[in-house]
Design a protein around this ligand. Structure first.
Ligand code: 5GP
Ligand code: ZN
Length: 114
């Protein structure tokens, strides 16, 4: 998608603080972190949300979860615990309509979230 922010970051047209990159996915630090570790994991290919991705390419959906786990290990939050979040639609506050996994860690994370 030509006008999609995260497609532009995946292409390298817009800079991102990239912590992982492979043929199918990119992971980069959130510009407005809400935890000491706040990384976004995205597929290079554009899908609007997690349901679209899982239905159209389940192997890629699984790959993103594996990358999220690797990022958590790389960022040294895996042992203490971390959270993977993906928002879908307006009421969940999805502001970028390119599926992304938030990987959050480095502090106690309240549950349930507000
Ligand atoms: P959502 O609200 O859609 O679940 O999450 C979108 C996330 O993207 C937000 O946490 C927001 O801070 C982050 N974000 C928005 N624009 C940019 C950007 O240009 N660069 C980076 N690295 N993160 C962004
Ligand atoms: Zn996109």
């Amino acid at each position: 998608m030509s006008d999609c922010l995260f497609c532009a970051i995946a292409r390298g047209d817009i800079p991102g603080d990239i912590v992982h990159s492979d043929k199918q996915s990119v992971a980069f630090r959130d510009i407005a972190p809400v935890a000491p570790v706040h990384v976004l994991v995205i597929p290079r290919e554009h899908y609007a949300n997690a349901a679209d991705l899982a239905r159209q390419d389940p192997a890629l959906a699984a790959h993103l979860l594996t990358v999220a786990a690797s990022v958590a290990e790389q960022e040294a939050v895996s042992a203490d615990g971390y959270r993977i979040v993906t928002n879908t639609g307006d009421r969940a506050g999805q502001s970028v309509r390119h599926v992304h996994l938030h990987v959050l860690g480095g502090r106690d994370l309240a549950w349930p979230p507000g």
